[in-house]
Ligand binder design. Sequence first.
Ligand SMILES: [Zn+2]
Ligand SMILES: [Zn+2]
Length: 284
Amino acid sequence: MPLGEGLKVRFWGVRGSISCSGAEYTRYGGNTSCLEVTAGGRRLIFDAGTGIRPLGLDLARQTPIDIDIYFTHTHLDHIYGLTFFAPLFGKGNAVRLWAGHLEPPYTLKNVVSNLMKAPLYPVSLEVFQARVEFKEFKSGQQLACGEIAMRTAPLNHPNGATGYRVEFGGKSICYITDTEHRGDGPDKTIVELCRGADVMIYDSSYTDDEYDRYRGWGHSTWQEGVRIANAADVGTLAIFHHDPSHDDAFMDGVAREAATARPGIAPNGLPRVIVAHEGLTISP
Ligand SMILES: [Zn+2]
Ligand SMILES: [Zn+2]
């Protein structure tokens, strides 16, 4: 997308856990987590699920590319698109990879290089032609990319995950996946991070009805998303990280129920709840 001035997010992958294809996924999409956030002439990528492959093809038409990719965490569905990100194969490109959830002995570099190791993968890190930098931080730290400010916070997920709040020009988008609610009221860390945000993109893998079967897997429900969005006075809740068992017809049902649970238009002009789909761009 052209680099406009205002804060904007485009969804290149909205699926959780594993990518899926088929006629029943055409409208919401089957690629796993990948967001493109643009503001003030900069572009940030969040997560490298399979959605990063088409994004990379889109970007590869321009050279040179200088870009930052921020990981929520390194579970496969958020990282296995990385090795198909075309700009990594372009000489003269610069790609910085950021993660805030890893504890020793893990580093982002050894996670990515293990992903590209025999017998899991045919070629190693050295295949990348771009200048690749691995950057570590600790969830909770503040970050900045040009004039874009970012706050981060740890999420409740096996092996850790980082939630992000991106701010530019008085607008804010929060990216909160993957995370599991604890059942003792809205997660205070998330409420604090997302307080008053224009948009909160939230791990809505399950419905409340399904959740009991998946305790401990590290995911949440769209209904919990509504409770947190209300507690944090968030403008728009974006339902995200759809379970692969939730096809288009199921997601239409979620959209209808969610619109009843959180009706109306937010001060940012967007509906108070939306269901993210591949290709959707929103600008609060
Ligand atoms: Zn995930
Ligand atoms: Zn995960």
